[in-house]
Structure formats: C-alpha cells, structure tokens
Design a binder for this molecule. Sequence first.
Ligand code: DQA
Length: 149
Amino acid sequence: MARILVINGPNLNLLGNREPEQYGYRSLEEIMGDLVRFAGACGHELTHVQSNGEGELVDIVQGAATSAVDYIIINPAAYTHTSVALRDALIAVGIPFVEVHLSSVQAREDFRHRSYFADIAMGVISGFQGESYMLALQAIVNRIEPPAG
Ligand code: DQA
C-alpha cells in the first residue's frame, strides 16, 4: 500500500467554471473523487489538498515528508511558472512526484512554457483536462507494481 498525495495550486478550486475550454467542465471534487476510488481499487491510499497560497503549498509539501507520503501528484497551477520556493520544498523532501496540467501548457502563452518543476519530476502530463490526473496516477501505480509482460 502506497500513500499518494495530490496537491492542487491556486484557482483550481474554480474548476468547472473557470475557462472550461482550457480546463474542462468537471469540478475539482469530481476529478479527485475518481482518483480516490481508482487508487483504493488498486490498494493504495490517496488524499488531496488544494491551496491558493504559495507558503501554504510549501507547508503542505514539507508536511508530506512527516506523514510518510510515498508519491506526490502536483498541479502547481500558476506557481509552475514562478515558484522557486515550491521547487526547493519538493527537492528538500525528496518525494517522487508527477507534474500535472489540465491544459496543454506548451500550446499556450510563452510564459507558460517555463516550468520550475519539469526537470525534477518523474514526468509531466499536460493537456488531457481532468484525465491528466488519472494518467499521472496510472503511471505511479505502474511504477509501484509494473504490469506483467
Ligand atoms: C495549469 C496551467 C497553468 O499555466 C495555469 O496557471 C493554471 C492551470 C493547468 O492545469 O493547465 O492555473 O496548471
């Protein structure tokens, strides 16, 4: 059994209403509910948290180390493109993580092409709206227990 923590950054609490052409029509609760169920069916424990504050996100990452989290899925949202503090926190705790984006960040404005996380992540999944999170979770589940064959 692995402990997986999903961390969502600023404005992702508005999913469903916020620029649905970019981010889809599903709410964060709906997307996270599917993840909790899928992780549970695979024998893992998944919890999720959302914050609009950079400092609070740093505290959440630091707290993940003390609560023995094995893997992190993180959508740093706008902090993807700005936050050295959040990058440093992930390096400090050393918990493997997948960076997730709902929209296809490389197909958007230039400032979204820069990520402070991509080079230290297990991998990056971007552009599949809510499904991006499920693809990240599937990658972690496969890492824990590689499919036979
Ligand atoms: C986002 C992409 C970011 O550029 C943006 O600031 C977000 C959401 C995404 O999931 O597509 O808030 O991380």
